[in-house]
Design a protein around this ligand. Structure first.
Ligand code: K1U
Ligand code: ZN
Length: 173
């Protein structure tokens, strides 16, 4: 397994729409394993392939808390098949927007159809943090970051801060 570098915003690679996986083969499974290792090491509770520079429709998630047994979810070609009318608000973070957080409202409960690690179609119902995380990761597959749901003013404040950080890091390197 390998740790993969996570792309941070602003970066045009995060705006790319991910393509569907035609066949769940050993290459796809290896990428999933590497993504999980990268997510746990970050640490994070989710990761989309596009965040490691692979614009394919793959996401991994594990919302188990510290001390709980790991519960990795691997979703390939996910599609929302139902969303609740009711919204829930959560504070979201993103490994591609380090140290930035914002409250966002999204459907409180969802149903998602996807392929699993063995290429079998599955349906998953989710609510709470899991529903938030799946929707956040599915946004990544469309090139959407959580800041894109904010006002232009708030988004630009965050993106300018991150650009400044990147320039400082580049100057130090
Ligand atoms: O970058 C990502 O897409 C992962 C992101 C997922 C997410 C978090 C919160 C709400 C929606 C989606 C993260 O994992 S940010 C880091 C984080 O939330 C976390 C890190 C360590 C422990 C617990 C949470
Ligand atoms: Zn994210």
């Amino acid at each position: 397994m390998a740790l993969l570098p996570i792309i941070t915003a602003p970066d045009p690679r995060l705006k790319v729409k991910s393509t569907r996986i035609e066949r769940v083969d050993t290459g796809v499974r290896r990428l999933i394993d590497d993504m999980l290792e990268t997510m746990y090491q970050a640490p994070g509770i989710g990761l989309a392939a596009v965040q490691v520079g692979v614009p394919k429709q793959i996401i991994v998630i594990d919302i188990a808390r510290e001390g709980e047994k790991a519960a990795p979810l691997k979703l390939i070609n996910p599609e929302l098949t139902w969303v609740s009318d009711e919204d829930a608000t959560y504070e979201e973070g993103c490994l591609s927007l380090p140290e930035q957080f914002a409250e966002l409202a999204r459907p409180a409960a969802i149903e998602v159809s996807h392929l699993d690690y063995d290429g079998k179609r599955q349906t998953l119902k989710a609510e709470g943090l899991l529903a938030v995380c799946i929707q956040h990761e599915m946004d990544h597959l469309q090139g959407i970051l959580f800041v894109d749901h904010l006002s232009a003013l708030k988004r630009n404040i965050i993106l300018r801060k991150l650009l400044k950080q990147k320039k400082l890091q580049a100057a130090e390197a």
